[in-house]
Ligand binder design. Structure first.
Ligand SMILES: Nc1ncnc2c1ncn2[C@@H]1O[C@H](COP(=O)(O)OP(=O)(O)OP(=O)(O)O)[C@@H](O)[C@H]1O
Ligand SMILES: [Mg+2]
Length: 494
């Protein structure tokens, strides 16, 4: 196995702030290398340099021993480097075939060679044994399939090095399995794979070797067999690993419920959902991806339309037709899709953080920057958000740190019900604990929490009660005493 890639002493700074401090990174042919590190460690930046999206301040890149200049993504593609971004880059209104050939339609005298394109597309499909109708509109296929098409594009481009930046965050378990099979196939074909993820279990299923970054430095590269989850998190954080404990329960069992949902149904598949929640109680929603958990909470928050159902906050009926009504009633939602709903990418970090707190940021009716700043700095401390300046646009933060800013919007103790939809998605193992601590704090203040996570272990750690969801309905309401992942899985699948 020869060496495929060598990155030598890569330095990078953004307006004088150093984010990569001389990284050495070598990967062999036919190797699957995991690239790990806490949020903001510099993983995506290093890979964007390899792909020509960013330019290193200094350092060299060698492909198969030869020094290469990679000035832009096109040059990276020519050198055989391809990336599957976390955010999909396909155009929803085009067909799969059109997206597959986007930017490189085989044109002959200006005419698209439809037949030739279809043949090439079919060839790649066969190679991966993965078939999607080329004429279907891209917006009509699942995220997983779109991602598969992105991978097919990498193969069609004859990539030698394929980078996956957090590819599984929106996939179901079955789709993940398919993705892993495809990645293993690519490895067999001698491709070099670089795989970024915060889900450490995946690393053990997939990777041969693991490189760990911390704060712009490379801690080291290890054979997978030498690592354990505690060891990885110690390398990532530089701190001693402490296993996650069950959160302290603050459920005020004897009190009247703070929030009650009655007979909630909606066009998004939510079907006759009823439950109530006590002050300080944490309710976990468990279910497979696609079970309808997000849909239920979107109906509660007024983000999706409901066709029937009533809500009661502290015994009084409230009418929610719009997220504004929900927020006024004291109900907050930290949404799953942060890019679409959670943040305003162009706006400054502090504006994003104080978005729903604006009422509190006024002084004699005028927005008070001092107050906004104070609130944001407080949030940055509580959630250990890694920022150079609260005045920079949120788009400049690493993926995980953007997610933390979304969470920070709700650090307001005046809310009565807070809904967390997959808050730990894309968040590193250490930062997850900060989010759990926040949940514990909120519950301690008597707020009711609804918590959604695809990681059953997290649901078990956080919840007083677990509602198992399937097809938009609540299948079971379980008291979380001595429940195991197996118990819940059996209920989900029964
Ligand atoms: N365009 C940019 N301008 C300024 N700073 C940036 C820019 N892109 C990234 N950074 C900073 O560089 C650092 C590393 O970010 P990067 O996105 O590489 O982290 P990461 O390891 O991929 O984290 P995550 O796990 O959260 O995705 C962060 O502190 C981030 O704020
Ligand atoms: Mg990243």
């Amino acid at each position: 196995m020869g060496q495929m890639l060598e990155m030598r002493q890569i330095f990078k700074d953004f307006s004088g702030v150093s984010v990569l401090n001389g990284i050495d990174f070598n990967v062999n042919e036919g190797e699957i290398r995991a690239l790990l590190g806490a949020n903001g460690a510099g993983k995506s930046t290093l890979m964007k340099i390899l792909c020509g999206v960013y330019h290193a301040t200094s350092g060299d890149i060698l492909i198969q021993g030869k020094k290469e200049e990679i000035k832009n993504p096109l040059q990276a593609a020519e050198k055989g480097i391809a990336i599957v971004h976390q955010e999909l880059s396909m155009i929803p209104t085009l067909t799969i075939l059109q997206n597959f050939f986007l930017g490189k339609e085989s044109a002959k005298r200006g005419l698209l060679q439809d037949k030739k394109m279809r043949e090439e597309y079919a060839k790649v499909c066969d190679e991966l044994d993965f078939h999607i109708d080329p004429d279907i509109k891209t917006r009509d296929v699942s995220v997983a399939k779109q991602q598969m098409v992105e991978i097919m594009k990498c193969i069609h481009a004859n990539a030698k090095i394929i980078i996956f930046d957090e590819p599984t965050t929106s996939l179901t378990d079955d789709e993940k399995k398919t993705l892993f099979q495809v990645i293993l196939k690519l490895k067999d074909q001698g491709k070099t794979i670089i795989y970024i993820s915060h889900i450490l279990e995946e690393i053990f299923m997939l990777a041969d070797t693991v490189s760990i970054m911390r704060n712009g430095d490379m801690v080291g590269t290890f054979p997978k067999d030498e690592l354990t989850i505690p060891l990885i998190s110690e390398h990532m954080s530089g701190k001693k690993y402490v296993a996650g404990q069950r959160l302290k329960s603050y459920c005020q069992k004897e009190s009247d419920s703070v929030f009650k949902v009655e007979g909630l149904s909606g066009r998004n598949g939510t079907n006759n959902v009823s439950f109530e929640i006590k002050p300080g109680e944490v309710i976990g929603l468990a279910g497979l991806v696609g079970a309808g958990r997000s849909e239920i909470v979107r109906c509660i928050f007024g983000a999706d339309r409901r066709t029937s159902g009533r809500f009661y906050v502290e015994g009084k009926e409230v009418h929610i037709r719009h997220p504004k009504d929900a927020i006024k009633a004291g109900i907050g939602l930290i949404p799953e899709d942060r890019k679409r709903e959670g943040v305003i990418l162009k706006q400054e970090i502090y504006k994003n953080a104080t978005l729903i707190q604006l009422g509190r940021m006024l002084r004699r009716g005028v927005l008070n920057f001092g107050k906004e700043k104070e609130y944001t700095n407080d949030a940055i401390g509580k959630l250990s958000i890694k920022v150079a300046s609260i005045n920079s646009p949120i788009a400049k933060l690493s993926g995980g740190n953007q997610q933390k800013v979304v969470v920070s919007k709700w650090l307001d103790d005046k809310m009565k019900v807070l809904i967390f939809d997959e808050p730990t998605k894309g968040i590193d193992v250490g930062a997850k604990e900060d989010i759990f601590k926040t949940i514990e704090d909120f519950a301690g203040k008597g707020m009711a929490i609804i918590f959604i996570s695809s990681d059953l272990n997290e649901v078990i750690r956080a919840s007083d009660r677990i509602l198992v969801v399937r097809n938009g309905s609540i299948l079971k309401d379980l008291d979380n005493t001595n429940l195991t992942q197996k118990d819940i899985m059996e209920t989900i699948l029964q």
